[in-house]
Design a protein around this ligand. Structure first.
Ligand SMILES: [Cu+2]
Length: 267
């Protein structure tokens, strides 16, 4: 009976590894269920980091899985009747298993510095080397995304700003900078296809940036449990051609102006 348990334990690493293998084979059974398609010019560095950590932890997982099984199998109580011997352990092995993980974590910390810099530290610049102005501001609030576009003058927080809700439009093949903030509680601005995820902290303005390289409609979701309606805090990301984007913004502006006129004439 004891050995049956060790076999049962073995199925966990075997199943785990099988899913790993299926998931990383391009065009495989789980190919579409692993990472969503990357449409950010600068997204590959995140995927590479992810896969590197996946392979590394995968190897360690297989090793410890096999070790666990081997101990269970070898020291089965039904076949081994001699009493347990206690030992004070091995100083050398303890040193090795402390240094190895420390060195591995240090290596990952150094290895990921470029990815961190490109996504969090070095915002895009314009032709003159100045920081590129933000195209829009996104405000997370329970339970929707409020968007404020810079409008015609290309400057945020001016009279011609255009307001929308949940439908985030951006032009393709262009560096886009977005100011993100929260109005109430912790939210997380998540564009899975852009490999962008930024926690929003009330009272703090932050910037995210990306360059979409594929036209289409994608997800904009909140990745922080922010209240009862968290599940429906879902927007859409539209990557448009430059022309379509300009048309859409103009239309949004017209709609905004006509409702303003309508509400003003009712007063
Ligand atoms: Cu939220």
């Amino acid at each position: 009976m004891g050995r049956l348990w060790s076999l049962l334990f073995l199925t966990v690493p075997i199943l785990g590894v099988a899913i790993f293998v299926l998931a990383v084979i391009p065009g495989g059974v789980f190919d579409d269920h692993w990472l969503p398609v990357n449409i950010n010019e600068h997204g590959q560095i995140i995927d590479d980091l992810f896969m590197f950590i996946l392979y590394l932890t995968g190897v360690i997982f297989i090793g410890t899985g096999i070790l666990l099984f081997w101990f269970l199998w070898k020291y089965d109580t039904e076949t081994r009747t001699e009493p347990v011997k206690y030992t004070h352990g091995s100083h050398t092995i303890e040193i090795i298993w402390s240094i190895l993980p420390a060195a591995t974590l240090l290596f990952i910390a150094i290895y990921q510095m470029d990815a961190w810099a490109s996504h969090k530290m070095v915002p895009p610049v314009d032709d003159h080397g100045d920081p590129k102005p933000a195209l829009l501001e996104v405000t997370g609030r329970q339970f929707e995304w409020r968007l404020r576009y810079a409008g015609r003058d290309g400057e945020l927080y001016t009279k011609d700003d255009v307001f929308t809700v949940n439908d985030l439009h951006v032009p393709v093949n262009e560096q886009v900078v977005i100011v993100v903030k929260s109005q109430d509680v912790l939210h997380s601005f998540f564009l899975p296809n852009m490999r962008i995820k930024q926690d929003l902290i009330p009272g703090m303005k932050q910037k995210v940036w990306f360059q979409a390289n594929q036209i289409g409609q994608y997800d904009l979701v909140c990745a922080e449990l922010c209240g009862w309606g968290h599940y429906k805090m879902r927007g859409r990301l539209w990557v448009d051609s430059a022309d379509d984007f300009a048309k859409w913004l103009e239309q949004a502006e017209q709609e905004q102006n006509s409702t303003e006129i309508a509400s003003a004439s009712q007063e």
